[in-house]
Design a protein around this ligand. Sequence first.
Ligand code: 5RP
Length: 224
Amino acid sequence: MTNVKETVGRKAADYVQSGMVVGLGTGSTAYWFVDEIGRRIKSGELTDIKGVPTSKQTEDQARKLGIPLVTLDEINQIDVLADGADETTTDFNGIKGGGGALLHEKIVAQNSRKIIWIVGENKVVDYLGKFPLPVEVIQFGSWKLFKNFDRAGMNPSFRKSGRDSLFITDSGNYIIDLHLDHIQNPQQLAFELKNMVGVVDHGLFLNYPDVILVGQEDGEILIH
Ligand code: 5RP
């Protein structure tokens, strides 16, 4: 059986050339992109690569593979970033943050010249919202925000890590997932969330990717 995530993740490495600064996404699809970058460096196909990881998890993987890393502040711009998504429309809007790395993913994306999303065909949707929308909030006052979301009918739940503890992001924040089912106006919602004090950022990535690689079950890859 084809491993769609592996096929599409490895394919994204074709956009990377020697000498580039590369954004390394987070998640089980981006894992294969990072793995392929490591492989191509080892084989000598890629030289002089610098990686910028979007999470501690990806940083650990990249270090093990011997990918040279730099911080965002050390470079001018990232040449290519490949990252997964939880949902995407074919007009380049999506939800990210299922793995809890949305804030660093968004910051890295905003500093990237070319953004490639790597997804399986099950992630392509007509409208956003079936996947719960992650909202990263600072810990202080987060219960108040939760109640506000609840009163607004947004069906919030705190992201858990295990049975009893709350998930903590790489920046030390909580995540509140909003179970919205169908987001009618993503732009409006993104604007409202960004204006709430205590919200650091949210998983709506509107008009972000330049290319979406969609892995199909039959092993083919569709390019949007
Ligand atoms: C992590 C993310 C991931 O890119 C997203 O959750 C997709 O992950 P996967 O490829 O494992 O389905 O946004 O914060």
